[in-house]
Ligand binder design. Sequence first.
Ligand code: PLP
Length: 425
Amino acid sequence: EQTAAALSSLSPAELETFLESQRTAYADLQERGLTLDLTRGKPSVAQLDLSNELLELPRGHKDASGTDVRNYGGLSGIAELRAMFADLLWVEPEQVVAGGNSSLTMMHDCLVQLLLHGAPDSPRPWSQEETVKFVCPVPGYDRHFTMLASYGIEMLTVPMNEDGPDVAAVRELVKDPAVKGMWIVPTYANPSGSTCSQEVASELASMETAAPDFRIFWDNAYAFHHLTEDEAKSADIITLASGSGHPNRPIMFASTSKITFAGSGVAFLAASKANVDWYLGHQQFASIGPDKVNQLRHVQFFGSADGVREHMRKHREILGPKFAAVDSALSSALDGREVATWSKPTGGYFVNLDVLDGTASRVVELAKGAGIALTPAGASFPHGKDPRDRNIRLAPSFPVLAEVETAMAGVATCVLLAAAEKLAG
Ligand code: PLP
């Protein structure tokens, strides 16, 4: 089979012909009157159905210690669920808090407490600093960035590479004492799909930082979300950090949002005992205890840490073909054209599509015009501004497989049309 020619290699006349053919293809696409949505990484109905047994649980209302889960209390969560996730996250049960339904809320609570009170190792509350800055690997998770923006925290970007954030760039930035923290999605990152290597994690754990209270928000939202049998292992940041004399640097977050029910899972915080005490010390003024009925339900549903791993394989069976469909639709339309590159993630919820510089917004606009909703271009950058206007986050989890195939063929048409328009000038 002949490979298609690179668009940049076409003569002006050939390019004009190509542009016309893509205009026709796009008009045909519009004719179909599609309404497809690839905007957010939501589990599909079939995935939610995997956990329907939760709706019949819990059996009884006492946890292993005999505590009545219907009542107030137990701020750190029920012991057996903390132990289960301690096993999964490689920490001690006393280093885990099982909280409410959202890890994003736990991240926000930590940030707000740091701003209002600081940490035990802070010279003063962060809000009393003249400026607070965060290192933000890009592309990254939009809600991380909007959270910082809402508090006026300055965002300094570093490239997110295949093996994690560009550590040399991070090391330079943290020489500034105003740089108080960084985000990272260490496993199957949103949206790049990359996984932070042991080496990068070890450098992040041990590097010198001018701020004595530097915090890594280690958002392990996709720790168990493998798409292939080649299961990535998250670096053990908490052990690495305590081993290099910075035990309080990382705060890890995880949740069952994309394991059971996105709206009513259980979220976890894991960190040094000192960080856990600090977090609960402030949390005690906000809550008398989490939803322990939901926690008990999750304990009974999973049974064990292995039960969680087993359950994730069922998600993989549903998600794997959708990610394969994205790759195959993009490959068959775009291979050889040299107008786009995309990730082939082995886990997580996203495909990172980089199109010709300066055309991402146009691709998203064209897709919208054909009834295909994509995440706004630039969403994976602070303030929604991608300096190269080339990055698009694709979220294929929610639509059914046939819709993913249709949508991605349509997106490929939009990518080609936008590129041809740009090159034809
Ligand atoms: N962190 C990342 C990287 C995510 O992609 C998401 C959801 O898309 C979340 C956190 C949200 O987590 P939760 O549902 O536990 O609040």
